[in-house]
Design a protein around this ligand. Structure first.
Ligand code: BJ8
Length: 425
């Protein structure tokens, strides 16, 4: 891949030496974590390919699209409405936030006690290793947690095209009105960027494309309820991660294809783990590529992950956007209604999330829940306690893990996870 795309990366301004190093680590990590798994569905070949070309062919596709006038919009949060981006014939991509990079440089501009996810975004920019950031015509930041909100003030000095979306903190009528106003402002900005006016037909089309993507992931989630689990949590997480990068129509087809295969598996009671293996629901902070540490520890300790209560998982895709409106305002209201249900921990109070975690544990027949909080993430770390209390009160065993992107605590985490799995047995 390196030779084929070297000029492209150079033109994007990447640091080729650092990028090469990143690709090597990523490739090795992928090999160790994913390709060593047994009984993977054949359909994972497609996702292996996507990952092998995540900085190659996919970037070339985006750049080819740009030559034809198609804009690329980068985002860090599931509150950025993809429907509006699609309606303007632009492409939305999730930006890299799943690994430590250029930490020394990052800590010159951000406090050390910033969560790994934010530091990662800065590291990929400062280290010049993310072709997505460099390809983006606009990068959307959002006022969610304090860390992100304040860090965008600094990020705005590193990139020329940052757009900040304000978001409510409470699920009140005033909060909803703010979201609506911000989505209209975003629509106007996207129209200005792309030169494409968003009308009813275009917005309906955008809604349909994104809903279909979500429907395919819902189908996969339903199939994961089977025992034995027909797909590993790692592979399902990977599919949820690719959701943010791939062409949406191709992604939908590929997920449906793997679901056909998995459906057959469930009919013959075959799976990736033994029937009755402990089943875990993960809950908490999003896990972006290549953050596979905790799922890898869990699934190499004898348990299988059957669901993710996460923005890279069910929180991000839970609801569809109604497409029945016949005016632009009705469709915009439907988009607002859909996103206003996202139960991110930045909301206060946030009772829906407690209910969703409990409901998911029951629906996926999970024996226990592991709450994953990134260090220095106040919203999720603070919410971990009520989540744990609510689950334990419902007799669902819960383990709270706070970690970061380093590998230093792997042994210690493994010991805790193994003890938890023992408890579930
Ligand atoms: S909707 S979860 S994607 S904000 S881990 S940066 S919260 S300190 S990522 Fe998120 Fe949107 Fe919410 Fe989802 Fe802050 Fe916590 Fe870091 Fe986080």
């Amino acid at each position: 891949m390196t030779a084929t795309y070297e000029q492209m990366w150079k033109d994007l301004g990447l640091d080729l030496v650092a990028h090469d190093m990143l690709m090597q680590v990523l490739g090795q990590g992928y090999q160790d974590v994913f390709l060593t798994q047994e009984s993977r569905p054949q359909g994972m070949d497609y996702f292996n390919f996507v990952m092998s070309e995540v900085h190659g062919l996919r970037i070339k596709e985006l750049l080819d699209g740009k030559k034809e006038g198609k804009k690329v919009i980068g985002s860090f949060c599931v509150f950025v409405p993809e429907e509006i981006v699609r309606a303007s014939d632009a492409t939305l991509v999730g930006l890299c936030t799943g690994a430590d990079f250029a930490t020394e440089e990052v800590e010159k501009v951000l406090p050390r006690n910033t969560c790994s996810l934010i530091k990662s975004a800065f590291g990929f920019k400062l280290g010049k290793v993310c072709p997505y950031i460099e390809s983006a015509d606009m990068i959307v930041g959002e006022n969610t947690c304090d860390g992100k909100k304040k860090s965008y003030e600094v990020f705005g000095q590193l990139v020329p095209n940052l757009y900040v979306m304000d978001l409510p903190q409470m699920k009140s009528p005033e909060g909803k009105a703010l979201l609506k106003a911000e989505y209209y402002r975003f629509k106007d900005r996207v129209e200005q960027l792309t030169g494409n006016r968003i009308d009813v037909a275009r917005l309906k089309n955008g809604i349909e494309i994104v809903n279909n993507k979500r429907r395919a992931v819902h189908r996969l989630s339903q199939l994961r309820k089977a025992d034995p689990a027909p797909i590993s949590g790692l592979d399902a997480l990977l599919i949820n991660q690719v959701f943010f990068y791939d062409d949406p129509i191709r992604f939908t087809e590929s997920v449906n294809k793997i679901c056909d295969e998995i459906e057959e598996r469930t009919k013959t009671n075959s799976g990736v783990a033994a029937k009755g293996a402990p089943r875990i629901l993960l809950s908490g902070c999003p896990m972006a590529v290549p953050n596979w540490k905790l799922p890898w520890i869990v699934e190499t300790s004898g348990a299988v992950i059957v669901g993710e209560e996460s923005c890279v998982g069910e929180r991000g895709v839970r609801n569809l956007t109604a497409d029945t409106g016949s005016t632009l305002d009705e469709l915009m209201n439907a988009i607002v209604d859909r996103y206003f249900q996202v139960d991110c921990a930045i909301f206060t109070p946030n009772p829906d999330r407690l209910q969703h975690v409990k409901d998911m544990a029951t629906a996926y027949n999970a024996n226990g829940v592991i709450h994953y909080g990134l260090q220095f993430c106040q919203p999720y770390q603070m919410e971990a306690m009520p989540v744990e209390q609510a689950l334990e009160a419902a007799s669902i065993p819960t383990l709270r893990i706070d970690t970061d992107y380093s590998m230093e605590d792997v042994e210690q985490l493994k010991t805790r996870v193994e003890a938890f799995i023992e408890r579930l047995r």
